[in-house]
Design a protein around this ligand. Structure first.
Ligand code: SF4
Length: 713
């Protein structure tokens, strides 16, 4: 999409799920000017500080540029090889392992940073050809609880609203979301609307007083882990005062009675709920009464909801409160999962999670497996869910999974109980890493390193939090021998002897993905929502010129901004489900040895494990090093001082950082950012501390609640 007028290339930001449009324009010095794309409907030209600094992060410094083999585990030395040698080596080893131990002895661990085309090929390879669903993704750590909540309530993983609904709402409730730092452009859209309409109410539910609270009319600093109490209490209240849409409930839902009965076990009395959530009854009632009195409510939820051992129930407790009043499928209302990564949604579309199949179809349904297998003309099909992220690395340590291929992610830093991941990789027979960076905490364990294309070099699509598919376009040439991830996986698949991987461009992969989404849809008992048949049949030129578009986009139809407008859902009876959600405390609670509760999250100017944002001096200016944020009273009790180093220890590991105050932490809590790693300083990985407990439905880890202790370093 090279415009002759200004040589700018329109692409999409590499970071968060807002999915902002970016224009990259070459400069005389060989660099690129990065600006917001005024034509993109997510951001209309605005970029946050991370997006604006994208140009600082595309240098070749530290890049992995050639395929390499490490002959000796533990050694820093690697040997450059050509692509044929590297891929043959991996294929030979995979064939031998599969022949001896079966298809479940190999695995892919991939990333929401991949483009949809990369994800599609990875998923097809594992589920349709290797015959194992052992492909999981770091999106498991991010929004898999929302996925599971959507599937339970709506019958498919569906986000009902669009960003413009935020501007049509009269009340926005943000739960477990520091949008001001983590989804800044979305937050700016809310702020702008609030400036125009001060009566637009913003309510923030968060144990911390974050930057997002600055704009809030009401901040509910709930005790960590009590969201189900809060929303069960709301459901019960709405029912009790008659704030119910009985026609909507009767015509379009099932299960209200059971959900209400569960809610009323311990949340029928607002005073008891306020006590459980450790907030004032007055603040609780202000929220409940405001919600009941306002038709147009959006409840946005993010990691504070998802990253919990009760994450799926939390998502459903929120959705229940929208269903009871019919606050869904209409302008300015609905539950809204705000996703973390640039392509968490695209990965979900192609079945990037171990328990999903391509095109939103279900692994556990034989008729869905048959549709996908027939379309793929594949020799086999995984018929049960694979290992989810945390379980996968346990299976590697136990010797059940003998080869793992890590793509575009850094699990030695980002997974919970991260020292266990280190042990697992050290024991694994074959570790392959595809990455853009040579040295990461994870790549240190790789036997084979494969150079991938990075942002600005790769070409394909991503889907943002509002179901909008946008193009990421290359605006500079591939460095060294780096290749697109879809190319690497396709050429590997061919070496495994698999047909169906003769892709020569991202456009070809996208076309197959679009065709599969519409394949035999008329034969399903209920029409599936994920259908982008309207985008099938594009040639390379059309694909290059593709404008951002929201799905569903059916063949012969048009893109869809809002779901469920006709009250039909994806369950076989066309109705949504209320889900009964019982309250339960986080899995590990503070005790005498570990008296404080660790919460983890992002800072404004860094991304994930800093392999890219860590290169920008401008971004480092905001917060130059990791920190432990805590209440001054707790610091006094535990003998640590602001500005000094302290060691934080949990049952799973330890780390060291500097103590600070001022982050709005309540007594009993600590906050440590997720980004810093052992490439930046030693003992800096907060992942080493985090308990590996997961939500029983989604498998998402409990990053927001680990008991720890702190002492002087
Ligand atoms: Fe990129 Fe997200 Fe910032 Fe937009 S809000 S520029 S997508 S990091």
């Amino acid at each position: 999409n090279l415009s002759i007028a200004n040589l700018s290339v329109q692409t999409t930001c590499a970071y968060c799920g807002v999915g902002c449009g970016v224009k990259a324009t070459p400069k005389a010095d060989g660099g690129f000017d990065i600006a917001g794309d005024t034509d993109h409907p997510a951001n209309f030209g605005r970029l946050c500080v991370k997006g604006s600094a994208l140009g600082d992060t595309i240098s070749l410094k530290g890049r992995l540029l050639y395929p390499q083999v490490r002959d000796e585990r533990g050694s820093d030395a690697t040997r450059r090889v050509d692509w044929d040698t590297a891929l043959d080596m991996v294929a030979d080893k995979w064939k031998a392992i599969i022949a001896e131990h079966g298809p479940d002895a190999v695995a892919l661990y991939v990333s929401g940073q991949l483009l949809t085309e990369d994800y599609y090929v990875a998923n097809k390879l594992m589920k349709g050809y290797v015959g194992s669903a052992n492909i999981d993704t770091n999106s498991r750590l991010c929004m898999s609880s929302a996925v599971a909540g959507h599937k339970r309530a709506f019958g498919e993983d569906l986000v009902p609203v669009s960003y413009e609904d935020l501007e049509l709402a009269d009340m926005i409730v943000l739960v477990g979301s520091n949008a001001a730092w983590c989804h800044p452009i979305l937050f700016q859209r809310i702020a702008k609307e609030k400036e125009k309409r001060p009566e637009l109410k913003l309510i923030v539910v968060d144990p911390r007083r974050t930057a997002t609270c600055e704009l809030a009319d009401l901040h509910l600093p709930v005790k960590p882990g009590t969201d189900v109490w809060l929303f069960n209490g709301l459901l019960s209240y709405l029912s009790r005062i008659g704030a119910v849409d009985p026609d909507y409930v009767a015509a379009h839902t099932n299960g209200l009675d059971a959900a209400l009965a569960a809610a009323e076990v311990d949340c029928a009395d607002p005073a008891a709920v306020a006590k459980a959530c450790k907030i004032s009854l007055g603040a609780l009632m202000e929220f409940y009464e405001g919600f009941a009195a306002t038709a147009k409510v959006i409840t946005g939820f993010s990691m504070g909801v998802n990253q919990s051992s009760a994450g799926t129930d939390k998502a459903n407790a929120i959705i229940n409160c929208h269903l009871i009043g019919g606050r869904i499928g209409k302008p300015g209302m609905g539950p809204f999962s705000i996703t973390g990564q640039p392509n968490a949604m695209g990965g979900r579309e192609v079945g990037g999670l171990a328990n999903m199949l391509a095109a939103h179809m279900d692994l556990e349904k034989a008729e869905h497996r048959e549709v996908v297998q027939t379309f793929w003309e594949s020799p086999t099909m995984a018929d049960k869910g694979g290992l989810k992220a945390v379980d996968l690395f346990h299976a590697i340590e136990a010797g059940k999974v003998k080869a793992v291929w890590v793509i575009a992610t850094n699990p030695v830093v980002s997974l919970p109980d991260a020292d266990q991941v280190r042990r697992a990789l050290a024991k694994c027979e074959l570790v392959v890493a595809s990455d853009i960076i040579q040295n990461t905490d994870t790549n240190a364990f790789a036997d084979v390193l494969l150079p991938a294309l990075g942002w600005g070099e790769k070409d394909g699509t991503v889907t943002n939090s509002e179901r909008r598919i946008s193009r990421q376009r290359a605006f500079q040439s591939a460095p060294g021998e780096a290749r697109a991830d879809w190319w690497i996986l396709s050429r590997f698949a061919q070496r495994m002897g698999y047909t169906g991987f003769g892709f020569d461009s991202a456009a070809e992969v996208f076309d197959e993905h679009a065709r599969l989404s519409a394949y035999r849809n008329e034969l399903h008992d209920v029409p599936r929502f994920f259908d982008i048949g309207g985008l099938a049949g594009m040639d390379a030129k059309d694909f290059d010129a593709m404008e951002p578009v929201q799905w569903p986009f059916r063949t012969g139809g048009s893109p869809t901004a809002r779901l469920f407008e006709d009250g039909r859902y994806a369950h076989p009876d066309g109705k949504a489900r209320f889900i009964a959600t019982a309250t339960r405390a986080p899995a590990n609670l503070p005790d005498e040895d570990y008296p404080l509760t660790l919460n983890t999250g992002r800072v404004r100017d860094q991304w994930h494990t800093m392999t890219r944002t860590g290169r920008s001096a401008k971004l480092a200016d905001h917060i130059p090093e990791s920190f432990i944020d805590m209440h001054p009273g707790d610091a006094l009790i535990h003998g640590v001082r602001e500005g000094e180093l302290a060691r934080v220890t949990s049952k799973w590991g330890a780390m060291v950082a500097r103590v600070q105050h001022g982050g709005g932490i309540a007594r009993g809590g600590l906050f440590i950012p997720i980004h810093w790693n052992n490439q930046t300083s030693s003992d800096a990985r907060v992942g080493a501390l985090v308990n590996p407990v997961v939500d029983p439905v989604s498998g998402e880890p409990e990053f927001k609640h680990t008991p720890v202790r702190i002492e002087q370093f």
